[in-house]
Design a protein around this ligand. Structure first.
Ligand SMILES: Cc1ncc(COP(=O)(O)O)c(C=O)c1O
Ligand SMILES: *[C@@H]1O[C@H](CO)[C@@H](O)[C@H](O)[C@H]1NC(C)=O
Ligand SMILES: *[C@@H]1O[C@H](CO)[C@@H](O)[C@H](O)[C@H]1NC(C)=O
Length: 793
């Protein structure tokens, strides 16, 4: 697996990072003063300069060794040219990627964690946002380690502003700035101003005298500097910082250790049987970055003395549930953080009744345009998938009832698929059939009829479409296919098309005979997520849409569905696609509807909408649905809204996320994924009606096939960022099955030395893995190797 640096935290080795508000503010002098001050308290003081530019003898580490006796110093990457690292690195043979440098720094720090009380002081180059060798910023380069930070403020003219700007840049990236220090410079009184400014933010700051002017003779200069360091390192405020830093380090560890226990006292967790909860199975997340959580690892026995290697207290865990399917652009994404901060600064939250702002308008227009569904025209905003689905149901039932003249006594129902999940509010629960989720909810009242459906599976290296037993008489036995792409080549599957339609037409006829009145067809296109990760045959879903719309199977399908040439009004019953999980690139393309080549009347999106940063949901409806609520009477309106409807921060972040994901979809990494699955290399942004669309996955074909052949695996599938494996459970499948929990626990315990562990979730006997849109092929390859290893254990 691509090595990743984790948050740097050991019991006895402390790490402190020195950032500067600008270049030339005295980072190296402060580093030396702090080294000297820490030396009075700790046995081991190590200075590290990860990246240095300019001639070796002028390097900061030689300054440190010249003045601090007994202080070890080290430079990791030395570029000779005395210019910014991004320029110095051009044409150099040294590694320049952020990942290589942060991993090298992490390894260096780790080598100091030998059980001795010590500190490593890490000095950055230039200012907070000065370029790293790769061209990214210093603050982004070192973010994976998220070391406690000391900011050296700017004592010069204009330094108040640059110091505050630097702090804001660190703060917005999730750094904890523990203190600010700067040279006392009488003329500008920066120190006095900043002391008050930072005190209000609970950050202590202090100033020390600037170093003496360089003397002409080298001997004298060295003498003067030595004296300067001696006096500065006993400065009461410097000592105050050293003491508070040491305390903060211990408190940070103590807090992390205590968090799970306190959680069991103060928190009611989602989806958990609390009789099984204890301190040991609540994971303390210190922070997160990119694909990884930084999780606290309890140490059974902390080494008691020098010479015993310390175990890191924090370790990266691959977020394999993509944080409940929201994660798109990496944890702690600075661009999204900045976008959110900008919108917070511009609007805060503004109510949305009878109002509009640019982020909501832009997002609505983008969604309608990108979905390319001629029916859709109006976007309604809510906060999350459940509420967005609830609105969709309200819309559809009303439209259907109005057209058919149904009243509440008519007991309008929904038509759906077995194993669907649409959320946890009362209304959306009623859209799913009775199950373990709603069995003990007093107000639950399943209001619908749910059809079973054929599933796509890769079993023993063979792609199959497996109809449920109840359908076999009409639609025949399990079919085999040479590839996933063949399953999605809907036009080529004429025989199945006919069989499915006969089956569905008969089913619908029966249901109508029984007196059912359906107000909506509700489906999760392609993958039914929370109900157990089931891959529905896209052709069956396509046929179901056609059947409820009463489309004649004998006429040209491409023209019949989807509003191309057909009426944009709904037919039969409104069709709702719940794309909360499957939409917005999850399955490799903008929308999931495109895979089945049918245009819904209402689409619901959430989760990836904001790249995984904020709860936000859109319910996009057709003009015909919208018009069902138009009249002169207010009571005919959709009288629905949330406090945070269309919050500007969420809409801004969504706009940014969609733009970023669209760029990613055209990246080399994604082209590589497509190539692996021999999917068409053309970017699949446009709808390919009738033919479906070539599927591919971020998980490699060979991995997916290998897992499908493991003896304890029943079947697997992969599409887009999703991989799922169903494990054989002699005791039967279903949400209560425990077959997958053993594997989940092995993945989290880890065994491959130096490799990140995997934090995954299971649904019954299904364990799934999900990447973010930004996960790299190397990262996913490493996850694959870890999973294969755990499966054979
Ligand atoms: C398909 C589907 N619909 C709706 C929801 C509910 O979304 P939320 O959890 O944001 O309320 C989910 C959540 O997992 C989902 O997967
Ligand atoms: C939406 O995102 C694009 C791409 O980043 C940006 O250029 C545009 O200004 C954004 N619009 C709004 C309203 O946030
Ligand atoms: C979802 O939205 C509803 C309605 O605003 C709200 O009550 C609920 O707390 C939201 N849930 C989350 C997780 O945001």
């Amino acid at each position: 697996m691509r090595r990743v640096a984790s948050s740097a935290l050991w019991p006895r080795l402390r790490a402190l990072q020195i950032y500067g508000a600008n270049t030339g503010v005295g980072k190296t002098i402060f580093s030396s003063v702090l080294c000297a001050a820490f030396q009075k308290k700790l046995r081991r003081v190590q200075y590290v300069k990860p990246v240095s530019t300019g001639p070796l003898d002028e390097a900061d580490d030689s300054h440190i060794s010249a003045f601090g006796s007994g202080i070890k110093s080290k430079t990791l990457y030395q570029f000779d040219e005395p210019v910014s690292p991004h320029i110095a690195a051009r044409g150099s043979s040294l590694p320049i990627s952020d990942n290589e440098i942060s991993v090298a720094l992490y390894d260096e720090l780790k080598s100091y964690a030998t059980g001795e009380d010590g500190i490593a002081i890490v000095e950055t180059a230039g200012g907070v946002l000065s370029p790293a060798p790769s061209g990214s910023t210093q603050a982004d380069l070192y973010r994976p380690l998220r070391m406690p930070t000391f900011l050296v403020g700017d004592h010069r003219l204009g330094g108040i502003g640059s110091t505050i700007s630097a702090w804001e840049s660190l703060h917005i990236r999730g750094y904890d700035v523990q203190s600010v220090g700067l040279f006392a410079e009488g003329r500008y009184e920066n120190a006095a101003y900043l002391k008050d400014y930072f005190a209000e933010r609970n950050i202590p700051s202090f100033s020390i005298a600037p170093p003496p002017e360089p003397a002409a003779a080298r001997d004298e200069d060295i003498k003067a500097m030595k004296a300067y360091y001696e006096s500065s390192s006993v400065n009461a405020e410097v000592i105050g910082f050293v003491e508070s830093f040491l305390k903060a380090h211990d408190k940070r560890i103590e807090d992390l250790r205590e968090m799970p226990k306190q959680a069991t006292e103060a928190i009611w967790h989602p989806f958990m049987q609390h009789s099984e909860r204890n301190e040991g199975n609540v994971v303390a997340m210190e922070s997160a970055y990119g694909d990884y959580f930084q999780t606290y690892t309890k140490q059974k026995d902390v080494p008691s003395g020098a010479g015993q290697e310390e175990k890191a207290l924090l370790s990266p865990a691959f977020d394999a549930s993509a944080s409940w399917w929201t994660q798109g652009l990496g944890h702690g994404n600075p661009q999204l953080a900045l976008t959110a901060a900008h919108a917070a600064g511009k609007y805060g939250h503004v109510m949305f009744a009878g109002a509009v702002h640019e982020p909501a308008l832009t997002l609505s227009q983008t969604l309608v345009h990108r979905m390319g569904n001629a029916r859709l025209s109006k976007v309604f905003y809510t906060d999350n998938g459940s509420t967005g689905m609830e609105v969709a149901v309200k819309m559809a039932l009303r439209a259907a009832s109005k057209r058919h003249g149904w009243s509440p006594e008519d007991n309008v129902e929904i038509l759906g698929l077995i194993g669907s999940y649409h959320g946890d509010t009362m209304g959306t629960m009623d859209c799913s059939e009775p199950s373990i989720f709603n069995k003990k909810v007093e107000w639950y009242q399943g209001r619908g009829h749910w059809l079973d459906f054929p599933q796509v599976k890769l079993r023993d290296g063979q792609w199959v479409v497996e109809p449920p037993k109840s359908m076999r008489k009409t639609v025949g036995k399990t079919r085999t296919f040479n590839s996933l792409a063949e399953i999605f080549d809907l036009d080529a599957r004429r025989a199945d098309w006919g069989r499915y339609r006969s089956y569905l037409d008969a089913e619908l006829w029966h249901l109508r005979q029984q007196g059912h009145k359906f107000g909506a067809l509700i489906m999760e296109p392609v993958i039914l997520g929370a109900g157990g990760m089931m891959f529905a045959d896209p052709l069956f879903q396509r046929c179901l849409v056609e059947a409820v719309r009463g489309i004649d199977p004998n006429i040209d399908n491409a023209k019949a569905v989807d509003g191309q040439g057909a009426d944009k009004d709904w037919q039969g019953m409104p069709v709702i696609f719940d794309e909360v999980f499957t939409g917005l690139y999850r399955l490799g393309r903008f929308d999931a509807a495109g895979f089945i080549g049918a245009d819904p009347d209402i689409v619901v999106n959430a989760k990836l909408l904001t790249g995984g940063l904020l709860p936000l949901c859109t319910t996009t409806a057709s003009e015909a649905i919208f018009e069902a609520f138009l009249s002169a009477d207010k009571s005919d309106a959709l009288l629905h809204g949330h406090s945070y409807t269309a919050h500007a921060i969420g809409c801004s972040v969504a706009n940014e996320s969609l733009a970023t994901m669209s760029k990613l979809s055209q990246s080399d990494d994604w082209a590589g994924f497509r190539q692996d699955w021999k999917a068409s290399l053309a970017v699949q942004e446009t709808k390919d009606v009738g033919k479906g669309s070539t599927p591919w996955s971020m998980w490699s074909q060979s991995f997916v096939e290998t897992v499908s052949r493991k003896p304890n695996v029943d079947y697997v599938f992969a599409i887009g960022s999703v991989f799922a494996m169903s494990l054989k459970d002699p005791a039967g499948s279903g949400y209560a099955s425990t077959a997958a929990t053993g594997l989940r626990d092995r993945l989290f315990a880890g065994s491959r030395a130096g490799e990140p562990v995997i934090h995954s979730r299971v649904l019954g006997n299904v364990l799934y893995l999900m990447g973010a849109m930004t996960s790299t092929p190397e990262t996913l390859k490493g996850v694959e190797e870890t999973v294969l290893e755990a499966l054979s254990r």
